[in-house]
Write a protein that binds this ligand. Sequence first.
Ligand SMILES: [Zn+2]
Length: 459
Amino acid sequence: MKTIQAYRFALDLNPGQERDVLAHAGAARVAHNWALAKVKAVMDQRTAERSYGVPDELLTPSLSWSLAGLRKAWNAAKPEVAPWWGEVSKEAFNTGLDALARGLKNWSDSRKGARAGCPVGFPRFKSRRRTTPSVRFTTGAIRVEPDRMHVVLPRLGRLKLHESARKLARRLDNGTARIMSATVRCNGGRWHVSFTVEVERAERTPDRPQSVVGVDVGIKYLAVLSTGELVPNPRHLVAAQQRMRALGRTLSRKTGPDRRTGRRPSKRWERAAARLGRAHARVAHLRRDGLHKLTTRLARKHGTVVVEDLNVTGMLRNRRLARHIADAGFSEIRRQLAYKTSWNGGRLLVADRWYPSSKTCSGCGAVKAKLALHEREFTCEVCGLVIDRDRNASLNLAALAAEFDTAGSGPVAARGADRKTRVRGQVAVKREPGTATAGQTGTVLPQGRTIDRVLTKAH
Ligand SMILES: [Zn+2]
């Protein structure tokens, strides 16, 4: 199975190398901003000419928004715009122009309705102070040195890694991976190199192909499994979050920048801001580490993983829930499970967003009308079952898999099962009707009704 994967390693740059990378990132920004200004000028010019009644064939020729078109325009103009262009790799300009070409495409697709998700705004100028320095190399000498502690990139030369690149190097050595590009970027005060790699993955089967596990992503715990296991949040996460909050308060007491008065930030504010940035990065890293460990373990072990489809955007609007949900990384868990189950030969089932996993009794199937968020214990009025709330939900999710298998093979499900929904732009998700009756086998559910259990199969 061929996949595109990223391998990211922390870098230890010396001051000279850091200057070089920043010069490249700056060059990317210059090219981006120049081309954006050009695009805007041409658009405005054409609008003005039209308003004077100039016929279409006499208008200023429009600028091609493709990467190739932008690159052509840039190459013609660079001796004048950037006489220093020879000092950096051409890949630097390409980085900026590519970002602009994508931004323009996203904007026009979004306007035409050809793009799912939130509306996309018109690209904006990149600021020197506010953009994350980044440069991407797609051609030239990109390799991992035999010692696995250094990488070689065009123009930048040999860069020392903070950690061993052995996982990638092993794949490169036995010919199961091919580097397509390398991006150097600064996140949270630390430099990273990220390789986009085409990897030939061996076919795998989960350790227990018949096993089904329901995963309830929680607040108190990272996840509660239907096996009864409570997966704790990563260690030190709480401490890191407390530190983050304290640093935020410290920062607010310093003299920060003020756009209205043009006040520059104080040195102390800058130092505190950098410290806060690193604390944010640490929290993000701890969370990511916990999520990856959990999803890898689940995908390797179980044949079927069932999760809930939460309306994360809607829930983030509820401010009291928002931080917790964002912290737990709900959608990230699902994204990781989607690709990891497919790598491991398992499958991911996503319960419909209206499926009442918390309100259903896992013993008798009775559904409660209401269950407040603070009620941590589920008590069934019908059969008298008393069970932890999250454990109950995970058991319900696991039970859905059996239902899906019977419904999924039946004649009802065969009809109309072809609507594709995108999950965060990456994983194609096929929607299949579940146990809906023959009259409503369509994929769009009637509004305002109690919805039959419908499962989404992600693969
Ligand atoms: Zn019950």
